[in-house]
Design a protein around this ligand. Structure first.
Ligand code: PRT
Ligand code: MG
Length: 216
């Protein structure tokens, strides 16, 4: 039996069509079902439904053999546990967006950075933000938030945010502008390193199938 960890929302919605093209259909839709373990049309594959930020944890500890997680989530996980904690066999090319720095319209970011003033930055992505600004040599005070980053500059909590942007409409609606792109983001298929060895004959055909679907 292979266990695949997915989160509800974007990740499930965009992974399901890839599974479908590999001939696999989940028995239930996690958006409407309360069940957290979902069987699939493949007798040896089940899905566990977890929070997006918990996917790497399930896979790292082997509670799931495989998982789908955004590169944003994986960068934060790797900062804590190291790159080797998870095998990343495949870029699925789904749930695409970018990790950015954004500031209120009219805020002179270039000047603030040039002056060497400490910038107050609110974000859920503390590790990625810390590394980005350290590389630039910009001094920052990082303020950890768990959501609605866009509110922080408007409410006077921070000068800038580090957040994901896809269409840009959330930034525009809150009169924020993107001033730096930190990294392009897409979702990755991740694997438990031990399971890749012990369950190789079960797992590799699925990875190969998904790789072919993504390449097509
Ligand atoms: O929402 P919840 O707290 O349950 O969990 P989550 O936010 O971790 O999960 P979810 O499902 O929202 O996101 C899962 C993954 O989707 C993320 O880890 C990213 O890798 C990926 N992804 C792709 C995105 C976006 N695009 C995205 N646009 N995740 C979030 N957003 C948010 C962004 O934070 C911002 O608030 O959408 C807003 C911006 O969207 P635009 O289109 O207005 O620019
Ligand atoms: Mg979300």
């Amino acid at each position: 039996m292979i266990t695949l960890a997915l989160s509800k929302g974007r990740i499930f919605e965009e992974t399901a069509p890839l599974l479908a093209r590999a001939g696999i259909t989940p028995a239930e839709d996690p958006e409407t079902s309360r069940r957290l373990i979902i069987e699939t049309s493949a007798p040896n594959l089940r899905i566990v439904v977890v929070r997006a930020t918990d996917v790497p944890t399930y896979v790292q500890y082997g509670a799931a053999d495989l998982g789908v997680a955004g590169k944003d989530v994986l960068l934060e996980h790797a900062a804590q546990w190291g790159e080797a904690a998870l095998a990343q066999p495949l870029d699925l090319g789904i749930a695409r967006c970018r990790l950015c720095v954004a500031v209120p319209e009219g805020f002179d970011y270039a000047n603030a950075v040039r002056r060497g003033a400490r910038l107050r930055v609110a974000t859920k992505y503390v590790a990625s933000a810390r590394e980005f600004f350290a590389t630039k040599g910009v001094h920052v005070d990082l303020i950890k938030l768990y959501g609605s980053m866009e509110l922080a500059p408007l409410a006077g909590l921070a000068d800038a945010i580090v957040d994901l942007v896809s269409t840009g409409s959330t930034l525009r609606a809150n009169r924020l502008v993107e001033v730096e792109t930190i990294a392009p983001i897409s979702a990755r298929l991740i694997a438990n390193a031990a399971a890749l060895k012990t369950k190789r004959t079960e797992i590799m055909p699925l990875i190969d199938e998904l790789a072919a679907v993504v390449a097509a």
